[in-house]
Design a protein around this ligand. Sequence first.
Ligand code: UD1
Length: 356
Amino acid sequence: MIYLIGGARPNFMKIAALTRAFEQDNLEYEIIHTGQHYDYNMDRIFFEEFGLKEPIVHLGIGSGTHGEQTGKMIIELEKYCIDNPPDLMFVVGDVNSTLVGSLVASKLHIPIAHQEAGMRSGDRKMPEEINRIVTDSISDYLFPISPQDEKNLLKEGISQSKIFLVGDCMIDNLLYYVKQKQKQKEEYILVEIHRPANVDNKESLEEILKSLKILSDRIKVIFPLHPRTKKMIEKFNLSSYLETIDVRSPMGYFEFIKIMSNSKVVLTDSDGIQQETSVLNIFCVSIRDTTNIEYTVKFGTNTLMSSNHIEITKYIWKFLDYKKDVKNNFPEQYKRLNDGKSSERISKIIEQILKG
Ligand code: UD1
C-alpha cells in the first residue's frame, strides 16, 4: 500500500498524474489529505476536475504559523500511520505537507519516495528550501525532475543508488489536459503572485501592483488572487492599484491552463508556472531573486527579475513592442524528461521496489 500525501494546491496536479500511472499498473494507493489548503478553489476543485479518489483520511489541519501547522499535521498523521502503516510514503513537491509526510514516515521506519527531489534555490529563507533539504535527506527513493537536481542530490552526499532521474509529473498532467493554443482576439498578461517574499512585504507588493497598473494601460491584465496575496493587499491598503486589473478568484486547473496557454506574457513567482510556461513556449517573467529551476532560464522561456516596477514594466513593454513569440530551446535530454511520461516511469520503479 502506497500513501500519497497531499495538502496544498500544487500537490494535486502531481498526485493526479501519479495516480493515473499507479492505476494503470494496479498499484494499491490511498491519498491522505493534510488540509493545508481548504478553500474550494485551492483544494476540492482539483479532486473534482481530476476525478481523484477521495482521501482515505483528511487531517483537517488548516492554516497557522509554520510550527503550528506542521506540528499539528505531524501529530495527526503519525496517529493514523501507527494504526495503519503503509509500505511506502510518497511525498511530492516542497510544501509543509511534504515535510510532514517524510518526517512521520522516517520516524516510523516507513520507506519514503520523494517526487521533485533535489530542487534547490540556495535560499534558506524560503520555507520550501528547508522542506526540500530535510525531505531529501531522509528519503529512500528520490525522483528529481532535471539533471541539475540530480547533481544537487549527489553534491549533498545522497547515494546514486537512491536517485532516479525521471522528469516531471506536473508536466505529465499539463500535457494530458492542455489543448492547442487558440488564436486569441484579445491579448493579455496573466499574473500569479503569492510568495511571502513578494506579498508579505508592503514595499515589494506595492512595486508589483504598480507595474500591473502601468501595464494595464496597454494590455489587459488578468490576476487571480491567491488567498495570501488577497489578504496582504487588504492589510496594506493597496486595493486601489487593482482598479484597472481583471481580478479573479483562484482558478481551477482547467480554466487556469486555458488562460495560461493563451496568454502573451505570464508574470509569476510560482515554481510550477516557470516550468509550465517554458514547456508551452510562453514568455514568463519571474519575480524571484533565485530560481530552483535553472533550466527554465537557461533553456526555457523564463527570466528572473526583482519586484522593481520600472524594471518589470520596461522589460515586458519591450517584449510587447519587439518580440512576437518565444520558444524554448530544450536539449534532447530535457525534451525527453518533459515528455509526459514521468509518472509512468515512477510507477514502474515503485512496482519493482514493492516487489522487493
Ligand atoms: C503554500 C506553500 C507554497 C506553495 C503554495 C501554493 C508551504 C510552506 N508553502 O504556500 O510552497 O507555492 O502553497 O499555493 O507549504 N489560505 C486560505 N485558504 C486556503 C489556504 C490558505 O485562505 O485554502 C490563506 C491563509 O490565510 C494562510 C495563507 O493563505 O495563512 C497561506 O497559506 P499556506 O498554506 O500557509 O501557505 P501558501 O502561501 O499557500
